[in-house]
Ligand binder design. Sequence first.
Ligand SMILES: CCCCCCCCCCCCCCCC(=O)SCCNC(=O)CCNC(=O)[C@H](O)C(C)(C)COP(=O)(O)OP(=O)(O)OC[C@H]1O[C@@H](n2cnc3c(N)ncnc32)[C@H](O)[C@@H]1OP(=O)(O)O
Length: 401
Amino acid sequence: MPFLILNLFGVLDAKRSGEDAVKSYAMNSGCSYSIIRPGRLVGGPYTNLDLATLFQVEGGASNGVTVQSGDALLGDCKRDVCAEAVLQCLENRECEDVVFSMHRFRASSATASMTAGVSAAAAAAIFLSYPARMERDHHHDVQYSISRETIQQHTTSNNNIMTAWSSSLLDSNYWLRSNIPTKCEAVNNKKMDTVNNNKTFASNTPATVYGEEEESNSANGRINYYYKRMNPNDVDRTSLMESHAIFGPLWGEGLIERYHVYKRINTNNEHPQIVLQSPRELTVVDLKVGKKLNGHDGIIHGGIISLLFDEAMGWAYECLQQQDQIDSSGMIIVTANLTVNFRAPFLAGSEAVIRVYHNETKGRKIYFSARLESKDGRVVFAEASSLFVLARKDKLRMKER
Ligand SMILES: CCCCCCCCCCCCCCCC(=O)SCCNC(=O)CCNC(=O)[C@H](O)C(C)(C)COP(=O)(O)OP(=O)(O)OC[C@H]1O[C@@H](n2cnc3c(N)ncnc32)[C@H](O)[C@@H]1OP(=O)(O)O
């Protein structure tokens, strides 16, 4: 069928952007995904409004299916078959990061057919025992609108999320995550955005920066904290905005699109006006990177990540200096050593936070560590440790070997 007709009202565009969103969410969250592209859904219950519903198209007696990678298959797909595939994907690790289309097998046999393209293991895992299973488990009675709970009950594969093209199949278009305890929940984008903690934050705390620690060293056992935005315009360096790597040349659409630095301020729980000292977490940077800073296609360059860390730690020194009232007149803080471990691809166009921790100060040597992580803290993209040295400005010079 011509693409123009299939894509009437932008249906296929919407499906593609849904898939892209699932993949990108999976990458950012450290989950895998399975994407099922069923043909037109037929067979009851008729939950969506289309011609198949109008004419109560049954889809025949056969429950056989054909599976193929990509979207080359044309035809329809029975709802119960699709529902079964959803459950099978969640149960089989072979189905992680798999995209396949699925259609009714037109021969009279009820045996599943696999077409090359989808990994043989995945296809086998999904469908080899499929007809027998349908008989055994009476899945004809399966709840076609699969609830979150049903999915969770059937989820044994590790950390998989999935989507199916048909919103009539899954309740509320849930994107599903599986059984790592903290992640064992069905999430949709609205829920994701409203994840919050019950800490007391100042009103200037961005919704994207979350507190995570239960401090226990104040008199009454708890410390409240909030984050105060630091303003780069206050920096006593007139050239900062023009020649600074981040706020100058690398700033803008497609480049570094946000780099908001927040200083963590701890207060006594009972007397919030009293600011407490020595939090290990000094600074949080709320950042967004564009799509023009890549090394590999779609993945932010490791050098850029190192830059983001280096800067965050420089600002952390500023926070430390304000807090400990270090006298640094005539001195400048420079990075002597920076080590970065890259843990997961940081995708172009992503938002994230960097949390910087103060480890130790020895004379003019200051040691920091930091994490670049997703905004909900579930994925660590990179970790860094550094040594900053406070050097005299007038002595800082090119050294001879
Ligand atoms: C409200 C508004 C707020 C505004 C808020 C503004 C915030 C705005 C933030 C901007 C943030 C920018 C952040 C970018 C920061 C850079 O990127 S700076 C650029 C990159 N770094 C450089 O160019 C530094 C080049 N290196 C040097 O100049 C010199 O090697 C150093 C690091 C100054 C050290 O030289 P030195 O002063 O002669 O000292 P030296 O005796 O060699 O070493 C001192 C100690 O450090 C140790 N050390 C030195 N290097 C190393 C090393 N690589 N590994 C291990 N140990 C080392 C030595 O062993 C020695 O240890 P001790 O013997 O004292 O125990």
